[in-house]
Design a protein around this ligand. Structure first.
Ligand SMILES: *Cc1c(COP(=O)(O)O)cnc(C)c1O
Length: 234
């Protein structure tokens, strides 16, 4: 059975967030902690809610939709996983943010469903920052072009970039990727400044969120560090 202490884990994560903010001269309120609750039951997720967390991340459309129905309505749900076009309809009016836009076709479907449901979709473009074959996301050199193409879509607001950095033993190895993410956002804001401001950097997970914060992350996505190991790999 679960002998995991969510409150204690959250406290430890919070301390590390503050440490990274302090080290890099950043304000704590400029970093949002998204608790990644995928595969975890509502009973456990409620413990994090009771401890004050309001941002939760899920990577499967139906799971997000089901948890949305079951849990309090002041939660901001983050769709962080690869999203198939035919699943957009399940989450369009439930996800506060979609972190994983990786093609024009997906962005168009998100826009179409947003119009249909009378909502605005807040989206980030996912970058395959480590250029890994196993990962989703847009190649680094194609990101600005994709952002440019989706800026004008109705009921869709491009607000950030997201990446899943490589799985490494030493988080320092990922620092260069987080730096590249920030550079890309600066580049986009220079080139497309009359149309868009990309201000969110969704980067950093349990293994590397301190380094990500030091390099400018505004959203970190922490699962294992809060809820413990997942029983199956996703
Ligand atoms: C699972 C997942 C996370 C959280 O990973 P941990 O290493 O458990 O913190 C973050 N982002 C995405 C996109 C994920 O799928």
């Amino acid at each position: 059975m679960e002998d995991i202490n969510i409150q204690e884990n959250l406290k430890a994560v919070e301390e590390r967030i503050q440490e990274a903010c302090k080290k890099s001269g950043r304000k704590r309120e400029d970093v949002t902690l998204v608790a990644v609750s995928k595969t975890k039951p509502v009973s456990l997720i409620m413990k994090a809610y009771e401890a004050g967390i309001r941002d939760f991340g899920e990577n499967k459309a139906q799971e997000l939709a089901a948890k949305y129905e079951e849990m309090p309505k002041d939660i901001r749900w983050h769709m962080i996983g690869h999203l198939q076009r035919n699943k957009v309809k399940y989450i369009i009016d439930k996800a506060a943010y979609i972190h994983s836009v990786d093609s024009l076709a997906l962005a168009e479907e998100i826009s179409r469903q947003a119009v249909k449901h009378g909502v605005t979709a807040h989206v980030f473009v996912e970058i395959n920052i480590g250029d890994e074959e196993t990962k989703f996301g847009v190649p680094y050199d194609e990101v600005t072009e994709l952002v440019d193409k989706i800026i004008g879509l109705p009921n869709l607001s491009v607000e950030g970039l997201m990446c899943i950095a490589p799985n490494v033993d030493n988080s320092e190895e990922n620092r260069k990727f987080f730096i590249k993410m920030r550079e890309k956002s600066v580049d986009i804001n220079l080139k497309l400044s009359h149309n868009v401001t990309v201000s969110v950097l969704s980067m950093g997970m349990t293994g590397d969120y301190q380094v990500a914060i030091e390099e400018g992350a505004t959203m970190i996505r922490v699962g294992t560090g809060i809820f413990g190991e997942r029983t199956y790999k996703v």
